[in-house]
Design a protein around this ligand. Structure first.
Ligand code: OOB
Length: 561
């Protein structure tokens, strides 16, 4: 029986001393007076994410929360399953403040494990299913993870092999928990025990570590607190008009902020709607689910939105239940944006967000012109957005500048990254996003580029430096520069320019080499170009702009770019 758990409605607004210790080292909190203001103004409501699931179960108990294939879970069932899993994790020795790398596809267990961790005050690290040895090892080491949660296999890949490779080498890792056939590891389903009372974590503490798109060699971790993430999902659900009639298709990997909490599966659950989990966003998977479950809303990256518009003509399915299509993660061209409504018969919403926090949405009642030509305006009245020139001075309306932001759900520092934080944030706490935007008279933003060395491959962010570091480890590559090439479908593709050392390697060899080094598939170059020397900028850096421009000139018209 559930004893008087402290994580109950109205119970987790305790004084800091009474909470389980989840104020992690290496987390940069908001200054006290700013935090007090966010509380006073109602942004932070002192509720934990684990407590929210309790509220939802009380409000919507017997309603269906999650659909996966033929399985359906009510709110009450999810709540009970999260309690049992939390107790099981506790028996394994998982403590408040411990980090756990979670790498699961879109399955109900993802939700159960995450809420179990939230309730314990342990912190899930949101790995993507596409991550491989290099990324996972880095995430485990950076977070000091005590456990790693995977599915046995997904999409033709055996995650137990990955776990075996990690097992030797990551000092902090004590458990590998496997959904499905565990082989020599622990079965996730068996991590289960009678629910018991646990101290509620501090709502101001870190609930989850999200991954940054990454400008540096390796991804950074983004701490999101219970208070700030609860605001994120609650306010997003409101802006999107979600309610009990919402049926949301999770087509993107739910470890990503967009389908997780913008409003995503958490926002849907907050309003008593129903989440339908899809293995991926491809039309043959997604369209029949839309028809069968009467899906009303979903979120896609631009390449998938383009694919859906093409497929609407040849995949037979009734999409008439769809009311809202959110598109974000990368820039959606305005002509494509204008075709969404007529082709798919639903309202488009552009979303310009970042795992670091700030979310911009076009609003449901915005004029068509703004919906098709801008990427939305900030979610919170308390979002302080500055568009600045190179000297950090604000530029006039309509001018291009870098977006800086601080606010009630935007981080004040990456996790365990003191040195990097000194440049990524201003002294007064603004996050320098690196995005180049224009702000219109209505406050809507258009994203026009970036000053960071990142390639946005259809919403997946790839750090050029990270790939360059791996490329130069190849014996026949003396030097490498990785840059974006324009691509009609993906927006940008990855081009590796290399100066060979001896026999020049081919693209296939280079891709195999990077794969063997344990890099995720989406980071592998789409094109390889051999160079003899680098064009340099006036300050002596490799001019990637010039490399890309020269390549564009070399590519004959008609040749695939
Ligand atoms: C989302 O989050 P991340 O962390 O994977 O990537 C953030 C970056 C932004 O800084 C920007 O460079 C780019 O992705 N981006 C967009 C965009 N949405 C994101 N660029 C142009 N147009 C857009 N609509 O990508 C993310 C997080 C929450 C909601 C939606 C997207």
């Amino acid at each position: 029986m559930l004893s008087e758990a402290t994580d109950r409605p109205g119970r987790d607004t305790q004084q800091p001393g009474q909470h389980a210790a989840n104020l992690l080292d290496g987390f940069v909190p908001w200054p006290e007076e700013v935090a007090a203001r966010y509380r006073r103004e109602g942004y932070w409501q002192g509720r934990t994410l684990g407590g929210l699931l309790r509220d939802w179960a009380e409000r919507y108990g017997p309603r269906t929360a999650l659909v996966h294939g033929d399985s359906r879970f009510t709110y009450a069932e999810l709540d009970a399953a999260a309690d049992r899993r939390a107790a099981g994790l506790q028996d394994l020795g998982v403590q408040p403040g411990d980090r756990v790398v979670v790498q699961l596809p879109n399955v109900p267990e993802f939700v159960v494990v995450c809420f179990a961790l939230f309730r314990l005050g342990a912190v899930p690290v949101m790995a993507l299913p596409s991550h491989r040895r290099t990324e996972i090892r880095h995430l485990c080491e950076l977070s000091g993870a005590v456990a790693y949660v995977v599915a046995d296999t997904f999409d033709g890949f055996d995650y137990r092999d990955l776990a075996r490779e990690l097992d030797a080498g990551v000092d902090t890792l004590r458990h590998v928990l496997v959904l499905g056939d565990p082989a020599e590891f622990t079965s996730l389903e068996k991590v289960d025990a009678e629910p018991r009372a646990t101290a509620s974590p501090d709502p101001a503490g870190v609930a989850v570590l999200l991954l940054s798109g990454g400008t540096t060699g390796v991804p950074k971790l983004i701490p999101r607190t219970h208070d700030d993430y609860a605001y994120n999902l609650r306010a997003s659900a409101e802006v999107c008009g979600f309610d009990e009639s919402t049926v949301y298709l999770a087509a993107l990997p739910i470890a990503h902020n967009f389908p997780l909490a913008c409003p995503g599966i958490l926002g849907v659950m907050h309003t008593g709607g129903r989440v339908v989990l899809a293995a991926n966003g491809n039309p043959p998977e997604a369209f029949p689910l839309i028809e069968k479950e009467g899906v009303t809303a979903t979120a896609l990256v631009p390449p998938l939105a383009l694919l859906w518009m093409q497929a609407a003509e040849w995949v037979p399915a009734d999409l008439s239940s769809l009311r809202l299509l959110q598109v974000g993660g990368a820039r959606l061209a305005s002509d494509a944006a204008a075709r969404v409504g007529p082709t798919l018969g639903c309202r488009l919403q552009q979303v310009f967000g970042m795992a670091e926090g700030l979310l911009n949405y076009t609003r449901l009642d915005d004029p068509e012109e703004l919906v098709t030509t801008t990427q939305g305006r900030p979610l919170a009245p308390a979002d302080e957005v500055r568009v600045v020139d190179a000297a950090g001075e604000e530029v006039p309306v309509g001018e291009l500048g870098e977006l800086w932001v601080r606010g009630p759900y935007t981080l004040r520092g990456y996790y365990q990254a003191e040195e990097y934080n000194r440049t990524a944030f201003t002294e007064d706490g603004f996050y320098r996003s690196g995005d180049l935007v224009r702000r219109g008279p209505t406050g809507h933003l258009s994203v026009e580029g970036r000053i960071r060395d990142v390639i946005n491959r259809g919403g997946e962010k790839v750090s050029a430096t990270e790939i360059e570091d791996h490329l130069v480890a190849h014996p026949s590559i003396r030097d490498a520069a990785v840059a974006a090439l324009p691509d009609e479908m993906l927006g940008e593709r990855i081009c590796a320019f290399v100066i060979p050392d001896g026999d020049p390697p081919g693209l296939v060899t280079v891709k195999r080499f990077l794969r063997e080094r344990g890099l995720a598939e989406y980071k592998l170059p789409d094109r390889l170009e051999l160079e003899e020397s680098w064009p340099l900028t006036s300050v002596g850096k490799i001019s990637k702009q010039q490399l890309a421009a020269e390549l564009a000139r070399r590519i004959a018209p008609g040749e695939p770019r």
